[in-house]
Design a protein around this ligand. Structure first.
Ligand code: ADP
Ligand code: MG
Length: 686
C-alpha cells in the first residue's frame, strides 16, 4: 500500500465517520450527549478491522471534527472555555480510537475468520465480546472526560453512560457487518428468480414498515412491531449474512425515522424515552436476526457439505457400507458397492454383511467384530470373498469401524475389491517360481558342464599320454621285428615255425602302423588343407576302432563309391569327424550288437559320406540340442558332449554341411557333405 493510498483511506474513513455521526444527530436529538444509535462507532471498528489498525488517524480526525461541531452547535456550553472544549473533544476522539482498536483486537483474536458472521459461534463472539464488551471503552472514557470538563453532572453519568454504550453497540452491530459484506467475495448470483424474490421482499418490507412506523393507519401507535419479523426472517434465510445486514439496517432506519416523527409503537412519552425503548427493541431484534442468519448459513453449509461428502462417497472406488450395530442390517450402501454386487439399496437394506460373505458364518463375523464392540480395538481388517447377486464371487479386503456419532451405533465397512491385486500377486508368484526354476536349472547345467570340462581335460591328458606311449613303443617294436627277420633268414626251421615267425612279423607291422596312426592323429593340427583320399582317411580311423567294434559284436559295412574324387581338407580334422561319428554310433548300439554302414557317394558337386547305425536313435526333443557344446545324454562322465559340437565346427570351416536323420529305437544316419573343388590333377599328392 503506498503512502498516498494510505492517506486517501484515512481521509475517506474520517469523512465516513463524520457523515454517519452527523446524519444521525441531525435527525433529531435528545437532551444530553448520548445518541441512541451511534453508527460512527461501527464505521470506526469496521474500517480498522478491514483495512488495518494503521487507519486509526481517520477515526481520530472524524471523531474530533464531529465532537467539535457537536459541542459548538448542538450542545454549546457557554461557560466552558474554548481550550477546555478542544481538549474534551480530542479526549473523546481518542476514546473512539481506543475503542476501535480494542474491538479490532478482540475480533482478530477470537473470531479471525474471512466470513465472520456465517457461524453461530463467531456471531456470538462478535455480538457479546467485540460489540458488547468492546464498546464499554468509549463510554467509560468519554463519560469521565465529559464529567471532568464540566459538561456532565455526576448524577447523570450512569444513565448517559448506558445510553452511550448501547448506542455504540447498536452502531457496531448495524454498520461493522456491512464492512464484512464488502470484504468477502460475493458468492451471490443474480438470477431472474432472485430479482423477483428481492422485489417482493422489498415490497413486503415497504408495506409492513409503513404500517408500523408510517402514517397509513389512523392510529399510529398500534404495537405492530412484530410485523417486521417476517421480512427479517426471510432475508436471513434466503440472502445470508449480506441480505440480513442490509435488512436490519433498513428496519432500523425506518424505525428511527418513524419514532423521531412521533409515530410507531415506541412513541409513548418524551422522545428520549421513545428512543431508548426503540434502542432496546432494535438491539434485541438485531442480535436475534444475526444469530438466525448465522444458524441458517451454518445449517445450509453443513447440508451442502454432507451432500458433497455423500457424492464423494458414492463415487468412491471403494465399497462403503453402514450397517446397524444391533441387527447388522445394512443402513446405507454406496453406489460403487451396489453396482459391483448387483443389488439395489432396497434389496441390500434387508440383508446383513454375513449374507454377502459365503465364507463367514454369523458366529465368525461376530467374533471378528468383538474388539470393536468391547472397545479393545478401533479397526478390524480381514480378507474374504463377496458373493454377487448373480452368484459370482470376488475377493475383498475389508476394514470395519464402529461409529457412535449416528443416532444409533453403526458399523462402517470399507471394502476393497482385490481381484486385480490378487491376480497380480499370483502372476508375481508365478514369475518368481519360474525364475527360481530357471536359476536352479542353470545352476545344475553349470555344475554338469564343470564336471564335463574336468572330464574333457582328463581325456585330452590321457590322449597325450597315449601318444607319448605309442612313441615309446615304436623303437622296441622295430627292434623285435628286426630280430624276427634275422631269425627267419638265418635259422633253418620247420615249415610251421616259419609261418609263426612270419605271423609275428605281420603283427609287428600292424602295431607299428597303429602307432603311426595314433601319433599322426594326436600331433597338433596343422590347420592346413591338403588333397585327401576320403576312403583312405576313413579306413585309417576304422583301424583305430575296429577292435572295439569286434568286441561289441558290431558289424561294419563299407559301401564305398567306385570313383570317389579327392577333396581338400585338413587331414586330422576330417579324420576326427569320422572318428567322432563312429564312436557315437558305437555308443548308441545296445549290448546285443548291431550294424554300422558307411556309404560314400557324390551328390550335386559334393562328396557325401553317410554313417548309419542301428542304435537307439535320437528323440525329437533333444534333436535341436545335440550339436550344442557339452550337451550329452550319456550318464555320469561317460560323454563330454563335445564330439558333435567339434564336428559341426570342422564341417562348417570346410564349407560343408552335416545332417541328422533319426528314428528313435531304429537308428541314426549322419550325412556329411563336403564340396568337391575341381582338382588340378597335377597337384594331387602321390
Ligand atoms: P557325447 O558323445 O559325449 O555325449 P556328442 O556331442 O558326441 O557328445 O553327442 C551328443 C549327444 O547326441 C549324445 O549324448 C547322444 O545323446 C546324441 N547322439 C549323437 N550321436 C548319436 C547316435 N548315433 N545315436 C543316438 N544318439 C546320438
Ligand atoms: Mg560323442
Amino acid at each position: 500500500m503506498t503512502a498516498q493510498n494510505q492517506g486517501l483511506k484515512i481521509i475517506a474513513l474520517a469523512g465516513m465517520y463524520f457523515i454517519t455521526a452527523w446524519s444521525i444527530s441531525t435527525v433529531g436529538l435528545p437532551d444530553g450527549f448520548s445518541l441512541p444509535i451511534y453508527l460512527a462507532a461501527g464505521v470506526a471498528l469496521g474500517g480498522v478491522i478491514c483495512c488495518g489498525a494503521r487507519l486509526w488517524p481517520g477515526v481520530f480526525l472524524g471523531a474530533l471534527a464531529f465532537n467539535a461541531w457537536f459541542m459548538n452547535y448542538v450542545a454549546p456550553s457557554v461557560d466552558v472555555p474554548v481550550f477546555t472544549m478542544m481538549l474534551t473533544s480530542s479526549g473523546m476522539a481518542l476514546a473512539a480510537v481506543t475503542q476501535a482498536l480494542v474491538g479490532a483486537f478482540l475480533f482478530n483474536r477470537f473470531v479471525n475468520s474471512s466470513t465472520p458472521l456465517n457461524r453461530i459461534k463467531d456471531t456470538l463472539i462478535f455480538i457479546f465480546l467485540v460489540a458488547g464488551v468492546g464498546c464499554i471503552v468509549s463510554a467509560l472514557m468519554s463519560m469521565t472526560i465529559l464529567n471532568w470538563g464540566g459538561h456532565l453532572p455526576s448524577e447523570k453519568l450512569v444513565q448517559e453512560g448506558v445510553t452511550w454504550w448501547l448506542g455504540d453497540v447498536m452502531g457496531v452491530l448495524l454498520v461493522a457487518p456491512l464492512f464484512f459484506v464488502f470484504r468477502q467475495p460475493l458468492s451471490f448470483r443474480w438470477t431472474p428468480a432472485r430479482r423477483i424474490e428481492v422485489s417482493i421482499l422489498l415490497l413486503l418490507f415497504y408495506i409492513t414498515s409503513q404500517m408500523v412506523f408510517g402514517d397509513w393507519l389512523q392510529y399510529s401507535h398500534y404495537p405492530l412491531v412484530y410485523l417486521l419479523a417476517p421480512c427479517l426472517v426471510w432475508a436471513a434465510y434466503r440472502f445470508g449474512h449480506p441480505g440480513t445486514v442490509i435488512a436490519i439496517l433498513m428496519v432500523s432506519s425506518t424505525a428511527v425515522w418513524g419514532t423521531m416523527a412521533g409515530r410507531g409503537p415506541f412513541t409513548l412519552g418524551p422522545l428520549d424515552e421513545s428512543l431508548a425503548l426503540l434502542q432496546s427493541y432494535l438491539l434485541v431484534l438485531t442480535i436475534m436476526t444475526l444469530i438466525l442468519s448465522a444458524a441458517a448459513t451454518e445449517a445450509e453449509s453443513a447440508y451442502t457439505q454432507s451432500v458433497r461428502f455423500g457424492r464423494v462417497l458414492d463415487e468412491s472406488s471403494n465399497e462403503i457400507y453402514l450397517f446397524d450395530a444391533k441387527t447388522l442390517k445394512f443402513v446405507q450402501v454406496n453406489r460403487g458397492a451396489q453396482e459391483n454386487l448387483g443389488y439395489t439399496l432396497d434389496e441390500l437394506q434387508s440383508l446383513t454383511p454375513v449374507d454377502l460373505k459365503p465364507d463367514l458364518s454369523l458366529k465368525d463375523f461376530e467374533t471378528l467384530l468383538k474388539p470393536l464392540r468391547y472397545g479393545t480395538g478401533d479397526l478390524v481388517t480381514f480378507q474374504t470373498r463377496h458373493q454377487r447377486k448373480d452368484g459370482t464371487f470376488y475377493p475383498i479386503e475389508t476394514r470395519i469401524q464402529l461409529s457412535q456419532t449416528e443416532v444409533f451405533p453403526v458399523f462402517v465397512g470399507i471394502v476393497q475389491d482385490i481381484t486385480e491385486k490378487k491376480k497380480t500377486e499370483e502372476e508375481l508368484a508365478g514369475h518368481r517360481h519360474h525364475l527360481e526354476e530357471l536359476v536352479m536349472q542353470r545352476t545344475a547345467d553349470l555344475e554338469s558342464t564343470h564336471l564335463q570340462l574336468l572330464h574333457a581335460e582328463k581325456l585330452s591328458a590321457t590322449g597325450k599320454m597315449a601318444a607319448s606311449m605309442a612313441h615309446e613303443f615304436n623303437n622296441p617294436i622295430f627292434g623285435i621285428r628286426n630280430v624276427l627277420e634275422k631269425i627267419l633268414r638265418r635259422v633253418p626251421m620247420e615249415e610251421n615255425d616259419t609261418r609263426f615267425v612270419r605271423l609275428a612279423i605281420q603283427e609287428c607291422d600292424r602295431v607299428a602302423m597303429l602307432i603311426r596312426k595314433v601319433l599322426d592323429f594326436h600331433s597338433p593340427s596343422t590347420d592346413e588343407k591338403e588333397w585327401i583320399d576320403i576312403h583312405e582317411s576313413i579306413d585309417d580311423m576304422i583301424l583305430l576302432i575296429h577292435e572295439r567294434f569286434g568286441m561289441r559284436g558290431i558289424h561294419l559295412v563299407k559301401e564305398y563309391a567306385a570313383d570317389m574324387p579327392s577333396i581338400q581338407a585338413v587331414p586330422d580334422q576330417f579324420m576326427q569327424v569320422i572318428l567322432n561319428i563312429l564312436q557315437n554310433a558305437e555308443e548308441a548300439i545296445p549290448e546285443g550288437g548291431g550294424r554300422v554302414t558307411i556309404t560314400t557317394s557324390t551328390k550335386n558337386g559334393n562328396a557325401q559320406i553317410q554313417i548309419r547305425d542301428t542304435g537307439a536313435g535320437i528323440s525329437t526333443q533333444i534333436m535341436k540340442n545335440i550339436f550344442d557344446p557339452f550337451f550329452t545324454t550319456k550318464p555320469g562322465v561317460k560323454g563330454t558332449g563335445l564330439g558333435l559340437s567339434v564336428t559341426y565346427g570342422i564341417i562348417k570351416k570346410h564349407r560343408g554341411e552335416i545332417l541328422v536323420d533319426s528314428l528313435p529305437g531304429r537308428g541314426t544316419t549322419f550325412t556329411i557333405l563336403l564340396p568337391i573343388k575341381k582338382a588340378n590333377p597335377a597337384a594331387l599328392p602321390g
